[in-house]
Design a protein around this ligand. Structure first.
Ligand code: CA
Ligand code: ZN
Length: 249
């Protein structure tokens, strides 16, 4: 009889433990499902500067004033950490060496580093399209409407927490890399400069928006790009002010 009671109590105890474990498990599951649902993606499409409604094919415009104080914030910021990114080298333009692609992209990321946010290249990727997969990708691939590049960022609108960014550069365009030596328009003729365009795209990763007013045309976050342009390699005043508002540097 006594033994029987003990068994009953034990079974009861076991059932309670299992019930608690089950509830905890389902609440974790519910939370992760909720998180998935709350993630939003924002898409930035970078076009050539239009000229009379048509894409501008001519070269870079000389810098007049990059001390304009304009900037726009998109609603997220990068976490205080080292952000890893992956490059798909097999997708790169045939005229480019891996070393030049690496230099151009590394320089672009470093332009946006702050005391709290650093970027580090991780393992190379073989993916050539945007996807929410935990990898922050830079690759050449297909983009809509013959854009120069497209950046996709996943984030939580409620908290402003950045989650992931992928940048796809248009594989059909001519690309080059010219080291910046002080001339804002010294890039290869008729080609888009990888560092110039990537620096702009990385501004989106950091949380800055496109600017389309003509007064902003010499800033890195100006929403249009030009062949042979290098001016986006260096941040203008508005770009630096926006970064400062987000990261306090
Ligand atoms: Ca990705
Ligand atoms: Zn943009």
């Amino acid at each position: 009889m006594k033994k029987n009671n003990f068994l009953k109590i034990f079974i009861c105890f076991l059932a309670i433990i299992l019930l608690i474990a089950g509830l905890a498990g389902s609440s974790v599951l519910a939370k992760s499902n909720k998180d998935e649902k709350d993630v939003r993606v924002k898409v930035f499409v970078h076009y050539p500067r239009p000229d009379g409604g048509k894409p501008q094919k001519s070269a870079c415009l000389d810098t007049v004033n990059d001390q304009i104080e304009n900037y726009g914030l998109v609603g997220w910021k990068l976490p205080s950490s080292t952000i890893s990114f992956s490059v798909n080298y097999s997708s790169k333009p045939l005229n480019m060496s891996n070393e030049n692609v690496k230099s151009a992209i590394t320089n672009a990321f470093q332009t946006w580093e702050t005391s709290d946010v650093n970027f580090q290249e991780g393992a190379a990727s073989s993916v050539a399209r945007y996807q929410y997969d935990g990898v922050n990708l830079v690759a050449w691939g297909s983009v809509p409407n013959n854009a120069i590049a497209v950046t996709y960022t996943w984030y939580y609108p409620n908290t402003g927490q950045w989650v992931e960014s992928d940048t796809i550069l248009n594989k059909k365009l001519k690309w080059a890399w010219t080291e910046y030596l002080g001339d804002d328009c010294a890039g290869a003729p008729n080609a888009y400069d990888i560092q110039n365009i990537m620096t702009h795209e990385n501004g989106h990763w950091a949380g800055l928006d496109d600017l389309y007013s003509s007064a902003s045309r010499d800033l890195t976050m100006y929403g249009y790009g030009m062949p042979s342009e290098l001016k986006k390699d260096t941040l203008g005043l508005g770009d630096t002010l926006g970064l400062g508002v987000l990261y306090g540097d």
